[in-house]
Write a protein that binds this ligand. Structure first.
Ligand code: GFB
Length: 310
């Protein structure tokens, strides 16, 4: 990838896409091609083909997806499966058809079987049943990995796939119904502090473990791998450490300055008990995350306070 290469970041307004754009700009890449949904609807194959025919991007980061937390995933299974399949089919095919040099597809750690051994090695894919709360999203992401592998095998197209762990950072979705746990906790503790409420209720039992990676670290891995990795094998991207939701809650409450009680509502789903990534392949390539969770939480809370969300 040269500084003058034509680079399309699909999903540049989302958490991941906006971080990739920040990283590319910081490294002096000058020819970024960015389109809003109103300009090019990625669900529409004709619109995607027309866009690729005209712009001919050379490198494509496929960070556009319908995403959400545990409740959104289990409430809208058809939307998560259909929309993600459509976007990735359209973009991967058009990238190949209109001569892109390389495409990078971004997935998620929920592709792994619910009860897979931990930490999750890449070879555990498709070795057991998925977690029911997000199997629809997971099936779409698995199909995306396989589509990249198939285009590489049949057409020789250089498509690589990255599977990030749970991400957070500036630009996240803080809506309590649809967000992931970390932004939800920031908002819940923040509002409780503002309203002088003594109790905050979180979903589930607090015992599931999750791994969190700051989205700027993910973007750094994405740009590094676009430049340095050209294999069929998809790669895990994570921090290599996890903690329980109850431990996360303590950390977030500390950062936000909430001094009351945290309660758990076990009538709400826990999701998968644990999904810690094995990141040995990525480390062997020479990449490691840099932002530790507490520092990342502090800067994300500052971003939240400065944004329209708070
Ligand atoms: O981040 P999250 O929504 O999704 O939830 P997953 C993680 C854990 O946090 C679950 C608990 O055990 C939730 O029960 N939790 C506690 C909460 N309080 C809250 C809250 O107020 N809001 C939310 N959202 N959770 C998603 C998948 O799984 O992870 C996606 O659904 C994707 O497909 C994504 O893979 C990375 O980590 O369970």
């Amino acid at each position: 990838m040269q500084k003058t290469s034509r680079i399309f970041v699909a999903g540049h307004r989302g958490l991941v896409g906006s971080a990739i754009v920040r990283n590319l700009e910081a490294h002096g890449f000058q020819h970024l091609i960015l389109r809003t949904r109103a300009e090019v609807d990625l669900l529409n194959a004709d619109a995607v083909n027309g866009f690729f025919a005209k712009e001919r991007p050379e490198f494509v980061f496929l960070a556009a997806a319908k995403v959400g937390g545990i409740l959104a995933n289990s409430t809208y299974p058809a939307d998560f499966l259909r929309d993600n399949l459509a976007v990735q089919n359209n973009v991967i095919d058009a990238a190949y058809r209109y001569g892109a040099t390389k495409l990078q597809f971004l997935g998620s750690s929920c592709i792994y079987p619910k009860m897979a051994p931990q930490p999750l090695k890449e070879e555990y894919l498709l070795t057991g049943p998925l977690e029911p709360t997000n199997e629809w999203y997971a099936i779409a992401k698995i199909a995306g990995i396989k589509l990249c592998e198939a285009y590489r095998q049949q057409y020789g197209f250089n498509a690589i796939s990255l599977m990030p762990t749970n991400l957070y950072g500036p630009g996240d979705n803080f809506d309590l119904q649809t967000s992931h746990v970390l932004p939800a906790l920031i908002r819940k503790f923040h509002e409780a502090k503002l309203n002088d409420t003594n109790e905050v209720t979180l979903w589930g039992t607090g015992t599931p473990k999750r791994e969190f990676l700051h989205v700027d670290d993910l973007a750094s891995a994405a740009v590094f791998l676009m430049q340095n990795y050209n294999d069929k094998q998809f790669l895990n991207v994570g921090a290599g450490e996890d903690l329980t939701i109850a431990e996360l809650a303590k950390l977030v409450a500390g950062v936000v300055g909430f001094k009351g009680k945290t309660l758990f509502d076990p009538s709400k789903p826990d999701g998968t008990p644990r999904k810690l990534m094995d990141v040995s392949r990525l480390h062997a390539l020479g990449w490691r995350h840099q932002i530790e969770l507490e520092a990342g939480l502090r800067s994300t809370y500052e971003w939240f306070l400065a944004s329209k969300n708070s």
